[in-house]
Design a binder for this molecule. Structure first.
Ligand code: PLP
Length: 538
């Protein structure tokens, strides 16, 4: 009696050197050279397995699956090829025609852990790693690790092919890389956006309300009111404080124009005081001299992610009965003596412009406060001053946050601490590597927490310095080249060159180096090497 066959291999295109274990079932499929197929594996018709692939035992490949070269597949992995399988169609057993095969692609170099299930229609990117036991329901970006059911993003892999010193040397270093960040959270962002699309809460809604609570808690404030930009946040905070025509608001000229613009929107007058050299924030010794009987509010700016010196500001405000509104648009998570900015004064305003440390996928902003009366006014004012639908008790605005931004920001907020810590590590590394170059580096004032929205150095011949760095492929920014009091649009405020010497001098010297959480060590080395070279030539 002849021994029964331990392998069923019918009509299979086998490359050279393929190793097949016993008890396999392969038919009308293709297996590339040097691949190894473990015991009890089934590969159905029209499935394609590339070269150098290793497939462990008990794994099932259905029709429609394409596995590229160099892929590893663990034990007991199941691929599915019909999105909505049914036993019957119109009461009769299904035939081949009722069944729709949705292809699945696993790209070169990926690894799929034991007992994973791969739903049909997904693409697993190059070199991605799928943790054991995962249920993969969405496309997986290249070079990422995902796991769980449904599988979620865990981290980025520093792909050897893209991070060799040689490859890095040739690529420009961006000032900011939003794409790199998106790749790391794509798997979380997509279902969050999908949720908003499914429940149609395009404006405000559950995700915006959830985000308000979560962000307020993050900033150690009692409440948050989400709006459509940082500028709207400032505008409404000023209005809630009762600021209007005839009032004066003390702020700084070394900031983005929005700080000044928001004051002017209310009809009040911005009154500037200079900034001080260490923090580049409001020089507290100059505040009292700027106070007049019309002064109603002090508006310090936590510029670049560094807290202004809040204790003296609070004291002065208390002494003169002034409101404090913090412009924290660049300072998510920054701390002053252990307290999160934004919740120290009466109100704190944040921007979620995409490039911010916490950025929306569009415009966004929020006011945080511990004052229930301010909260109520701002909540009404952002939505046409309507107490209930079509009952307008205040003259308001359309400053509502969109639902999709709320959903995106909720996902991103979960990562903010690790992104902030990455920024702080990059800043510490710049500080170490540039310590012996004669340029002024940013300072973190103990015990405050700088969140390095911007890492700005002060360099000689700044514009030339910047051009030379660009020529070397290092992209930088200038925040900001002209202080607000010298901007043509605000000439009617009556200020002139020389009024705020420190703001004017730093506007000519500041150069912002590449700074974002995903900055690699290789990119940072290029920046440092280029800064050193340019410094020598100038
Ligand atoms: C200091 C400062 N204030 C206000 C704003 C205004 O925020 P938004 O652009 O969201 O209106 C910004 C943002 O650029 C800013 O950096």
């Amino acid at each position: 009696m002849s021994e029964p066959s331990k392998q069923s291999v019918e009509n299979v295109r086998l490359g050279a050197n393929v190793r097949l274990a016993d008890f396999i079932n392969l038919y009308s499929c293709e297996i590339g050279e040097n691949s190894r197929i473990g015991a009890f594996v089934e590969v159905q018709k029209n499935a394609r397995i590339g070269k150098n692939v290793k497939i462990s035992s008990h794994t099932f490949f259905c029709e429609g699956v394409i596995i590229e070269d160099d892929v590893f597949v663990g034990h007991n992995v199941s691929f599915i090829n019909d999105k909505y399988p049914r036993a019957t169609a119109n009461g009769l057993p299904q035939t081949e025609e009722d069944w729709e095969c949705v292809p699945t692609l696993v790209k070169r170099g990926a690894s799929i852990g034991t007992s994973s299930t791969i739903l049909c229609g997904v693409t697993i990117g190059e070199n991605a790693i799928i943790g054991a036991g995962s249920v993969v329901t969405h496309d997986v970006p290249a070079n990422t690790v995902i796991a769980g059911s449904p599988a979620r993003y865990l981290r980025q892999i520093n792909d050897i092919r893209t991070t060799t010193a040689e490859a890095d040397d040739k690529r420009p270093v961006p000032f900011l890389d939003l794409q790199a960040q998106y790749r790391t959270i794509e798997l979380e962002i997509q279902p969050a956006i999908q949720r908003v699309l499914n429940n149609c809460s395009y404006v405000l809604g559950a995700d915006v309300a959830g985000f308000e609570k979560e962000f307020a808690a993050y900033q150690q404030a009692a409440s948050g009111i989400a709006v459509n930009s940082g500028t709207s946040a400032l505008h409404l905070a000023l209005l809630a404080a009762g600021i209007g025509p005839g009032d004066e608001v003390i702020t700084v000229p070394f900031t983005f124009v929005a700080t000044t613009a928001a004051i002017l929107y209310t009809g009040a007058k911005p009154v500037f005081v200079d900034v001080e050299p260490r923090t580049l924030t409001m020089d507290v010794d100059m505040i009292e001299a700027a106070i007049t009987p019309r002064t109603r509010c002090i508006l310090p700016v936590h510029i670049h992610g560094q807290a202004a010196d809040m204790d003296p500001i609070m004291e002065i405000a208390k002494k003169h009965g002034l409101t404090i509104i913090e412009d924290a648009c660049q300072a998510h998570g920054a701390e002053y003596k252990g307290r999160r900015v934004g919740s120290i004064g009466d109100m704190g305003c944040f921007s979620f412009y995409p490039g911010k440390n916490l950025g929306a996928y569009g415009e966004g902003g929020i006011v945080v406060t511990n004052n229930p009366a301010h909260e109520k006014t701002i909540r009404l004012m952002r939505d046409w001053g309507a107490e209930t639908k079509y009952n307008h008790t205040l003259k308001g605005y359309n400053y509502r946050m969109e639902g999709i931004q709320g959903a995106v920001l909720r996902v991103k907020l979960r990562h903010l601490e690790s992104w902030t810590e990455a920024r702080r590590r990059h800043a510490a590394q710049y500080n170490r590597l540039l310590a012996d170059v004669d340029i002024r580096l940013p300072e973190e004032i103990f015990p405050n927490r700088h969140v390095y929205h911007i890492y700005a150095v002060r360099v000689p011949r700044r514009d030339k310095f910047q051009q030379s760095l660009t020529a070397r492929g290092v992209h930088t920014g200038i925040h900001y080249p002209i202080p607000v009091h010298l901007q043509p649009a605000y000439a009617d405020l009556g200020y002139k060159p020389g009024d705020f010497p420190y703001s004017e001098s730093i506007a000519n010297e500041m150069l912002s180096l590449p700074m974002f959480p995903e900055l690699t060590a290789g990119q940072q080395d290029i920046v440092v090497k280029s800064v050193r070279e340019v410094f020598k030539t100038l």
